[in-house]
Structures are given as structure tokens and as C-alpha cells.
Ligand binder design. Structure first.
Ligand code: CMP
Length: 140
């Protein structure tokens, strides 16, 4: 089914200048970028986005990393977009990510892991709305 998912190219990958290479992988897999913006997240924005991880031991580092530099935030649309994007990304820990995935090719560590992608239809809906109003999304 046609779906939308939220994708973030994290500060490590933006700093490595691989936004275009990562966009190519989305496009080659049939995912369309239907909204995008570059942001340098505030602490409050990052904490709110990752609120479900608030009690985890890595929360402080996660927020510190996500606010360390600009990120590229996009909505991807396509058939089975949520699972397709997660397949393209590979495992959260780049050491466990399958060869040829974005994290295997561009990520350094579990924090600096190049990309984020929504993990369910419920989180996709919340995450897309967290960054984009409906008039900023351009389906085609
Ligand atoms: P992301 O998909 O953005 O969602 C939460 C992030 O927390 C995750 O990617 C990782 O970058 C980061 N993180 C750091 N430590 C861990 C951990 N032990 N388990 C899961 N995520 C972690």
C-alpha cells in the first residue's frame, strides 16, 4: 500500500556531504521525496522527537548528537515506504547492518548512524506531523 514515512539524514551524514548519495538510494528504490527541510534541531525539538526514548540510558547522548549539527528531514512516499526505507537503512547498529545498506556504507557508530526512519505507521504519522504541516507536503 502507498505510505509516507519520516526520514532524517543525521548530522554525521550531512557533515560527510552524502545527502545526495542517500537521496539516490531512496529514489532508486522507488521512494519519492515529497517534502524536505534542513534544520539545526534545538534541544527541545530533539527531546520531543525522541520522547519515547526519554528513560533510556542513551537519551542524553542521542539528543546531544542530534543537535550537534544540521540535519536533513524528509517525507518519503511510495509503496510500503516504511519497511522499504528501513531495509535501505539497515540495522540501527552499523556494525550489524547488512552490506550495501546506508548505515553499513556511511555510518560510524550507533549514535552517528547516518539516518533515522519511522518504524511503524503510527510513528510515521506522528513523526511526519512533528516536522511538516500538510501544506508543506507535495504528493505527486
Ligand atoms: P534512531 O532510529 O534515530 O532512533 C533512536 C536512536 O538512538 C537510534 O537511531 C540510535 O542512533 C540511538 N541509539 C543509541 N544507543 C542506542 C541503543 N542502545 N539502542 C537503540 N538506539 C540507540
Amino acid at each position: 500500500a502507498n505510505q509516507r514515512t519520516l526520514s532524517i539524514i543525521k548530522p554525521d551524514a550531512v557533515a560527510k556531504n552524502v545527502i545526495g548519495e542517500i537521496y539516490s538510494r531512496f529514489e532508486q528504490a522507488g521512494l519519492k521525496v515529497v517534502a524536505a527541510k534542513m534544520l539545526h534541531l534545538s534541544k527541545e525539538q530533539a527531546e520531543g522527537f525522541y520522547a519515547e526514548h526519554k528513560e533510556r540510558g542513551f537519551f542524553g547522548e542521542l539528543v546531544g548528537f542530534m543537535t550537534s549539527g544540521p540535519v536533513m528531514v524528509q517525507v518519503l512516499e511510495g509503496d510500503d515506504a516504511i519497511a522499504k526505507n528501513r531495509e535501505l537503512m539497515g540495522a540501527t547498529n552499523p556494525k550489524e547492518a547488512a552490506p550495501g545498506t546506508i548505515r553499513a556504507d556511511f555510518a560510524q557508530s550507533i549514535d552517528a548512524n547516518a539516518v533515522h526512519g519511522s518504524d511503524s505507521p503510527e510513528s510515521a504519522e506522528r513523526e511526519v506531523a512533528y516536522f511538516f504541516s500538510s501544506d508543506e507536503i507535495c504528493p505527486r
